[in-house]
Design a protein around this ligand. Structure first.
Ligand SMILES: Cc1cc2nc3c(=O)[nH]c(=O)nc-3n(C[C@H](O)[C@H](O)[C@H](O)COP(=O)(O)O)c2cc1C
Length: 220
């Protein structure tokens, strides 16, 4: 059975409060129309105690990658944290389809997205080094990023300021993902009267993207 990982990075715990999560639900509903048997796993990052790279994790990574240590030679704190990080990456790798829902915050993604992405960069697991540089190992996977914005970044003077969607997409590209769509609902705080129109358009785009993604074959 194909697995879809639905990841939200928003402290809002009620979907009525989050426009991004409302668009995300439209995506999921439409996806299920095409693939009714898909297994959907929901990760609400704010409820997951995501490890942040600290001194223990720096030591653990160095000891395991080039100092010749095995896991049982790490300190308890180092081992606990690195195992948590690796377990998270293993669970992440196990999906076929990925939906990421984030708001733009101060030009980027919420900080928890960075902490989460830091858990995914594991040489030998999600990417490898070759003589031509690094190469992503998560090939054959499909992802979409749904991003909500208060202002406008698709055109005009703020284009270069947008670093949330660009960051998410570049990480996925680096890790080897093949399909990297984005649905953007922008200008919702600057043009509050237009919110119904912006949301309707984004939901339509999300539904179309879901149909397209659900029709793509899963990884081998
Ligand atoms: C801490 C914070 C920072 C924000 N920074 C930006 C920003 O840099 N650019 C922008 O367009 N909107 C910004 N916003 C507005 C949100 O992106 C916007 O309200 C979005 O629709 C929220 O999506 P949600 O309803 O799914 O939470 C910010 C909101 C918050 C709470």
């Amino acid at each position: 059975m194909a697995k879809l990982l639905y990841i939200t990075a928003n402290p809002k715990n009620d979907i009525k409060l989050s426009k991004g999560m409302q668009i995300g639900e439209v995506f999921l509903e439409e996806f299920k129309q095409v693939q009714p048997d898909v297994e959907i796993e929901r990760w609400h990052l704010y409820e997951m105690d995501i490890p942040v790279i600290d001194m223990d994790l720096l030591y653990a990574r160095a000891k395991l990658s080039f100092m010749g240590y095995t896991k049982d030679q790490l300190s308890e704190a180092e081992r606990t944290k690195i195992e948590k990080m690796h377990a998270l990456a293993d669970r992440f790798i196990a999906a076929d389809y990925y939906v990421f829902v984030t708001p733009i915050w101060n030009f980027g993604a919420p900080a928890i997205v960075k902490a989460f992405m830091d858990c995914l960069f594991i040489a030998g697991k999600t990417f490898t080094y070759t003589e031509h540089g690094a190469k992503g190992l998560l090939t054959g996977r499909k992802a979409i990023h749904i991003q909500t914005r208060g202002g406008i970044y698709s055109t005009g003077p703020m284009v270069e300021f947008e670093m949330g969607d660009r960051y998410v997409k570049k990480v996925f590209e680096f890790l080897g993902f093949e399909s990297l769509d984005t649905v953007i609902a922008e200008g919702m705080d600057h043009f509050p009267k237009k919110v119904p129109e912006i949301m309707a358009k984004a939901k339509e785009q999300a539904a179309a993207a879901a149909r397209e993604m659900a029709a793509l074959p899963v990884k081998q």
